[in-house]
Design a protein around this ligand. Structure first.
Ligand SMILES: Nc1ncnc2c1ncn2[C@@H]1O[C@H](COP(=O)(O)OP(=O)(O)OP(=O)(O)O)[C@@H](O)[C@H]1O
Length: 507
């Protein structure tokens, strides 16, 4: 199959480079980030974007690009900030180095409302973050926009080469996405990205890599590993999907995961390890210690089940890859937290036996892929659930009794959210045990029982979060049902803490 025509984003080290990729994807085109060292090995792009960067073009070790190779692609090129200054030099102009930084909003005054600036409002706000500025321009260069002071901020050198001094990818550039879109419209060969085409390509790739070997993957019931397992199954390769039930799942979750996979026609194996996990957690109260025990035990149990598998598939996503690529300046994919101490994975990786078919996708694209694989909406839109499970919602010791209380309260709360239509409107919601006993009255008796905290947050990316203003009536009904149904709880609290300073989970 023909390779999907993508937009190659070349990374010169700007903190915003990932956002360029994100924006292009939002526009419906497939963008891929490349470290500068990879250039010109960037496949057959339909357009190229050179990102900004922290260096000055006048520094001796300023990042450079093979201009002959760049022109050789014969596709439109957009230089952003550093990218524009570099292009200006390549075309024979010069750049004025300055140690004063221009940072913040500016007005964009296009020479004409066409090309990159077609359809823009008058004096659109754009966002600047640079110190160097272009000085002399080459003969072939025309200024296509200036700022409110008359300084050139966008250039064109003909043959599809453009440069912009500002950052179209940040939201402070109010019509930045439109400018990127206008640029992409210059590309003749660029096809809109369709998840269906991508699916076909990935499945072909899986078949070619795996052949008749056996691939193992761990499934947690979460979105990533579910889509991964279904994709491998769809590719028709010999796959073993393993679900470790560590007993720290939500109420009836083990059955739910098994039913879900059954519904989708993908066989999974369950490794029942609840007792083992609980016995190792006995008496442990320190949060980090708990996480450590669970993480390490998970690895042991999972790899025992894997046996001598020939290949391992992981649900690594694009943000993980970009993160490790830009941090470590290497292409090495990040190994998921749970597994990161396993030499076996590193060995497999070195031998090319780790398969990461979702590594080019963002979360919403994984959901789109899942949808096209026929995975039901409720599975694709489950709230995130932490690897160590309910242990992080159970401050103090984790015991079977405490877990059951959390499970019961959580189930009541989640059902109320689902029934009222709030579930899909919040990022994550759950119940956590507050292991403090307080006095109450139940019937005619004095009670001395624990409290439960309900938490519901909204978030973009889990880095920050705000608590949700749930309707009082919903909270009232949830509290009423918990107090009546769940033995051991005589008090219900609603957690109104933002992240930061609190975290989303309790531990
Ligand atoms: N209980 C489990 N049984 C088997 N494999 C698991 C389990 N929990 C996690 N894994 C594996 O470890 C990977 C990383 O787990 P993590 O908790 O970080 O989830 P994630 O990256 O959000 O993925 P998912 O959306 O699939 O849960 C999962 O994708 C899955 O392959």
């Amino acid at each position: 199959m023909e390779e999907i025509q993508h937009v190659a984003v070349i990374d010169f080290g700007s903190q915003y480079t990932q956002l360029i990729v994100r924006r292009v994807r939002e526009l419906g085109y497939f963008a891929k980030l490349y470290a500068l060292e990879e250039f010109p090995d960037i496949g057959k792009p339909g357009a190229i974007i050179l990102s900004g960067g922290p260096k000055s073009t006048s520094e001796p070790d300023a990042p450079d690009i093979d201009f002959e190779a760049l022109s050789g692609f014969g596709v439109p090129v957009l230089g952003v900030c550093y990218g524009m200054q570099l292009l200006n030099i390549k075309f024979g102009g010069s750049v004025h180095a300055s140690d004063r930084r221009e940072y913040g909003p500016a007005k964009l005054v296009p020479a004409a409302p066409e090309g990159l600036f077609e359809g823009l409002s008058h004096e659109s706000q754009v966002w600047m973050s640079h110190s160097d500025t272009v000085e002399n321009l080459a003969d072939t260069c025309s200024v296509i926009a200036r700022n409110q002071h008359g300084t050139p901020v966008a250039l064109s050198w003909g043959n599809g080469f453009f440069g912009i001094q500002f950052h179209p990818e940040v939201t402070h550039s109010h019509e930045g996405t439109r400018i990127l879109h206008n640029f992409l419209l210059q590309a003749e060969k660029l096809e809109p990205f369709r998840i269906e085409d991508f699916k076909k390509e990935v499945i072909d790739g899986i078949r070619a890599t795996v052949g008749d070997k056996q691939v193992v993957c761990g499934v947690s019931g979460g979105v990533d590993s579910t889509v991964l397992a279904v994709l491998l199954n769809e590719a028709g390769v010999n796959v073993r999907a393993i679900f470790v039930d560590h007993g720290l799942m939500r109420k009836d979750e083990g059955d739910e995961v098994r039913n879900n996979f059954h519904r989708m026609g993908v066989p999974i194996e369950t490794v029942e390890a609840s007792e083992l996990f609980l016995s190792r957690l006995a008496g442990v109260t320190e949060p980090e210690k708990k996480r450590d025990i669970i993480g390490n035990l998970f690895i042991d149990v999972f790899w025992d089940a894997v046996g001598d598998a020939e290949m391992l598939a992981q649900g690594t996503l694009y943000p993980d890859v970009i993160e490790s690529a830009s941090n470590a300046k290497s292409k090495a994919s990040k190994i998921k937290t749970h597994h990161n101490r396993v030499d076996r994975i590193l060995e497999l990786q070195a031998e090319g036996k780790v398969l990461e078919p979702l590594a080019e996708l963002f979360k919403d694209e994984v959901r789109a892929l899942g949808k096209s694989l026929g995975i039901p909406h409720d599975i694709l839109h489950r709230h995130p659930f932490p690897g160590p499970g309910l242990a992080v919602r159970c401050p103090g010791e984790v015991t079977q009794d405490r877990l059951e209380i959390i499970q019961d309260c959580d189930a009541i709360f989640i059902n109320k959210l689902k029934d009222s239509g709030w579930y899909d409107r919040v990022w994550q919601a759950y119940a956590a045990l507050v292991p403090v006993k307080t006095v109450g009255v139940k019937g005619d008796e004095r009670s001395y029982e624990w409290a439960i905290a309900l938490r519901a947050v909204i978030s973009e990316d889990a880095m920050t979060a705000d608590w949700v203003e749930l309707p009082y009536q919903l909270l009232r009904e949830t509290s009423h049902e918990i107090l009546n149904e769940v033995a051991g709880i005589n008090r219900v609290l609603y957690d109104i803490s933002t992240k930061p300073p609190a975290s989303i989970e309790w531990e």
